[in-house]
Design a protein around this ligand. Structure first.
Ligand SMILES: [Zn+2]
Length: 906
């Protein structure tokens, strides 16, 4: 699966030059009973006490039956869909009862080998159907069931539901149990045959899709056959009035694959980019990993109401429409890049997730960490590798480091959960990808490829574990990964401290590591940390090329003899390890690294450190540091550098990042003072470099028609970074002109953001709304940009005003996230001292929770940083958490989250 989190960050980053932490929003959905059906409480029993009893990794046991084949028939009707299931089973454990999951299902009939079961043969509960061992024959048998479900009443967007008249499904993680009685766990894999019927002649649905290859179709029906064994979470069904944007791909063995992107009629004109991205991803996976597609057809469907970014169902990926539909007028450069990355991510899952899946949901990082790593590699190859790396580190720090340092910290492979939907997190995804990057650094390119080849050949068709994954690296490379495994089992971001001394031509590094306590893990043993470093001579030459130090102990010493002069250190090149690094480099040394290093990441990082430290000093009353301002001027003027890289260097750390830095240093961050300091630094930068900024702004104008390619996108990024600074001086004059002229959403939205920041946006906001009123995806941006860039003291009131508009269609997850994410991304606005931001936010979590608990739970992470702030703000946030916890009927999802959030030590 993929998430939508980055969207909010990027809307804001466009003009403000910051990546705020924004919202996290990846995962599947949550059970709710369809109207008129038994209440779907929890799979553990009645809330609240029992519902919070966790599932534990140590309790895993294999399913006692083998499922040979699955045959499903769907008779679609909005309020009463019939699902006929035929499961071919054989017991692996003699005398076992057959336990099937099922929630919100009305059982019509169940039969074994054609004989209907009676009430004495089974136990039917709110969470499933258990057929007693005595009712099961020896040897293979067939279970048939018929159930009725109500897609029209399904607001959770899990299982089978309806979006704009179109039937669609979302089954990861545990949605299939809302469709039929089934062993809904990823280690039960089987081939599926599916028949879809639409008996309602008054409501014909021309497109009927499921997984696999088409078997046949006629008026009102279609049949599909998926020969590859898969777990139920990869099941998908789509039925609706859709139009196909077609394409084709010839695989490396010469097979022709039909490609289709299905959208609502009228949206075909916005599919070309996604189709191109899909073909690039298919070719890249063949070239890079030797992985070929394995069906005759690959379908993508765009859905407006979707809880996450996209879902990798076998042969039938379902996407949030915002990560498919793109045109220059409606999508930003960042949207295009994200679409390419997400299309690739879901496609790559065909091997890392589908052909080899997870044994249980604790192993989620096995498919997600690896697939995120693969999509990052892909984007780096398609675009600029250094820029992609910096972007990924920004996201990691903004979301995962923050998670790792707060009450929600958990290992990349958690060992217990209450609601698995709450563990589709930055830690599982982004840190999971970092762990794979470290593995690759340790075993080298060749070792990595050999291990992956072994992984694909050894585990194809299986449900695997992290132990299986590490074993292929051990077997392929001979390396012992016992200590490395701590990256999967221990939460928390390691702190690495480097102290250097120089004497008689020898540099000595004393390196120490430690990891702070996290919930449930007070003590941490040292990890294997691959720390890449280089050394620069005082004249700027590289005297030691990139070298990998392997940290394995709490304290270690490394020496580098034979040096002619004391070198300057270039540490954690390429961000080789996801750690917080402390090294007492002076501002002058940092400026030197920024100017001379051969590693682009470290150059950027040196500038970022200067900016962060300078901003923290400014919060405490200092003036802007001249070293930093001068260094940024040199980067701005250096035309030999990639414009996208220069743009990243010009973007100041966000207020959220400054708050975290202050907190790490033992201070209590004041959101208003941070907002003020950041503004003063931007103004000082703009004053010093006004001429260069204006010149660059003009020089970076991209002539000709818009293309989303990396080159022009980088120029626009630099141009808009200049605009954001010039905006501090000209009262919105440049932005006003750009807003009037822009022929693409990237510039239009950035200009609007600048005008909002300057309080000059009344006309532009109205113009933008009038122009885009009919476009759901652009209107989402309209909501976010206003809140994210509003003056902090006006932000909560503005959120209220926007929420009262008829356009705030809050049951649509994208629209809801647009408003809530815009508010929480405005650091000083959200944390306004009155607590009005907190109260509004909690009110709306409570409002959405009964309909869509998954979204409520995910967005509750906006409160995860509360231990950072002053006593008054802490009291206000804890009061909101307490108010939510006391709400009668709160979902299991949100209950787990507010409980975890509130029990953190202050
Ligand atoms: Zn995924």
């Amino acid at each position: 699966m993929q998430h939508c989190a980055a969207e909010i960050q990027r809307v804001i980053a466009t003009a403000k030059g910051a990546i705020p932490s924004g919202v996290a929003s990846r995962s599947a959905v949550e059970p709710r009973a369809a109207a008129g059906y038994p209440a779907a409480t929890s799979i553990f029993g009645e809330p609240p006490v029992q519902a919070q009893r966790p599932i534990r990794l140590v309790d895993y046991s294999p399913y006692p039956f083998t499922l040979k084949a699955v045959d499903l028939t769907f008779r679609l009707a909005a309020g009463a869909t019939r699902v006929l299931a035929r499961l071919d089973l054989v017991a692996r454990v003699p005398g076992a009862s057959l336990v099937l999951d099922g929630v919100g299902l009305r059982l019509i009939v169940a039969a074994i080998n054609g004989d209907a079961l009676t009430g004495a043969d089974y136990l039917l509960t709110e969470t499933g159907l258990t057929i007693h061992a005595a009712a099961l024959p020896e040897g293979p048998f067939t279970l048939t069931t018929e159930v009725e479900i109500n897609p029209a009443a399904n607001t959770t967007m899990q299982g089978l539901y309806i979006s704009n008249g179109m039937y669609c499904t979302q089954c990861e993680a545990e949605g299939f149990r809302h469709i039929t009685f089934y062993p809904d766990r990823p280690d039960v894999m089987a081939p599926f045959r599916v028949r879809v019927e639409t008996p309602d002649a008054a409501n014909p649905l021309p497109v009927l899709l499921s997984n696999g290859n088409p078997l046949g179709q006629g008026p009102g029906w279609a049949e599909w056959d998926d020969p590859w064994p898969k777990p139920a979470y990869l099941f998908a069904l789509v039925a609706g009035d859709l139009t196909a944007y077609p394409g084709s791909f010839t695989t490396m063995s010469g097979r022709n694959v039909a490609l289709n992107i299905y959208v609502r009629p009228g949206d075909e004109g916005r599919c070309a980019f996604a189709m191109g991205a899909l073909k690039r991803a298919m070719a890249w996976d063949e070239r890079t990993y030797g992985r070929e597609y394995d069906l005759d057809i690959f379908n993508i469907v765009a859905v407006d109401d979707f809880n996450m970014g996209a879902m990798e169902n076998k042969g039938l990926n379902i996407f949030n429409s915002k990560w498919v539909l793109a045109s220059p007028e409606t999508a930003t450069d960042n949207d295009f890049e994200r679409i390419e990355g997400i299309i690739a991510h879901e496609y790559f899952h065909n091997w890392t997730g589908n052909r080899i899946t997870c044994r249980d949901w604790f192993q989620l990082c096995l498919k997600e960490g690896l697939t995120v790593y693969r999509d990052q590699q892909f984007t780096a190859d398609m675009r600029s590798a250094p820029v992609k790396r910096i972007d990924d580190v920004l996201t990691l720090r903004a979301r995962q480091f923050r998670e790792d340092q707060g009450p929600l910290a958990h290992p990349v492979r958690p060992d217990h959960y209450v609601e698995i939907n709450n563990f589709y997190t930055a830690t599982v995804y982004e840190k999971g990808a970092e762990v794979i990057g470290m593995l690759k650094s340790l075993v080298g390119e060749g070792g990595y490829r050999a291990a992956l080849d072994l992984y694909f050949s050894r585990h194809d068709g299986e449900a695997a574990t992290i132990e299986d994954w590490l074993k292929v690296f051990e077997d392929a490379t001979g390396r012992d990964l016992t200590q490395f495994k701590r990256w999967y089992t221990d939460a928390g971001t390691p702190r690495v401290t480097v102290k250097d001394s120089y004497e008689n031509g020898t540099l000595t590094l004393n390196v120490s590591q430690s990891t702070p306590p996290t919930p449930g893990q007070p003590e941490k043993a040292p990890r294997v940390i691959p720390l890449a470093l280089g050394l620069l001579s005082p004249n700027g030459d590289e005297v030691l090329p990139t070298t990998l130090l392997e940290l394995t102990e709490a304290h270690q010493t490394f020496t580098f003899p034979g040096l002619a002069a004391r070198p300057i250190l270039s540490l954690n090149r390429g961000f080789s390890a996801p750690v917080v690094l402390t090294h007492s480099a002076s501002p002058a040394e940092q400026a030197f690294v920024m100017a001379h290093d051969t590693d682009p990441f470290t150059r950027w990082e040196a500038g970022r450190t200067l900016a962060r430290n300078g901003l923290c000093a400014m919060v405490n009353g200092a003036d802007a540091a001249p070293d930093h301002i001068d260094a940024l001027g040199r980067i701005l003027r250096d035309n030999s550098l990639d414009p996208a890289f220069r743009a990243l260097c010009l973007r100041l750390p966000g207020e959220e990042e400054i708050a975290q830095t202050l907190y790490d240093a033992g201070q209590t961050p004041d959101p208003d003072a941070i907002h003020d300091a950041r503004g003063r630094l931007a103004t000082a930068l703009a004053r010093t470099h006004e001429t260069d900024l204006a010149g660059t702004y003009t020089a970076m104008r991209v002539p000709g028609p818009y293309t989303p390619d990396a080159g022009p996108a980088g120029q626009r990024a630099l141009r808009l970074a200049c605009l954001g600074l010039l905006n501090r001086l000209d009262g919105g004059a440049h932005a006003k002109a750009l807003f009037a002229q822009a022929d693409n959403m990237t510039e239009s939205l950035a200009a609007l953001a600048c005008l909002i920041e300057e309080g000059q946006a009344d006309d532009a906001t109205a113009t933008f709304k009038t122009r885009w009123q009919a476009d759901r995806l652009v209107m989402d941006k309209w909501f976010t940009v206003q809140l994210a860039h509003a003056t902090p003291d006006q932000t909560p009131a503005l959120a209220k005003t926007l929420a009262a508009l008829p356009e705030f269609e809050w049951k649509n997850p994208n629209r809801y996230r647009a408003l809530m994410g815009g508010l929480s991304a405005n650091h000083a606005g959200f944390h306004q001292a009155s607590g009005a931001g907190y109260r509004f936010y909690a009110d709306w979590l409570l409002r959405v929770d009964p309909l869509n608990p998954q979204i409520a739970a995910r967005l509750s992470t906006a409160f995860e940083t509360w231990p950072r702030y002053d006593a008054a703000r802490q009291t206000l946030i804890r009061a909101e958490l307490g108010r939510m916890a006391a709400q009668p009927g709160l979902s299991r999802d949100l209950t787990e989250m507010v409980t975890r959030l509130a029990t953190a030590k202050a």
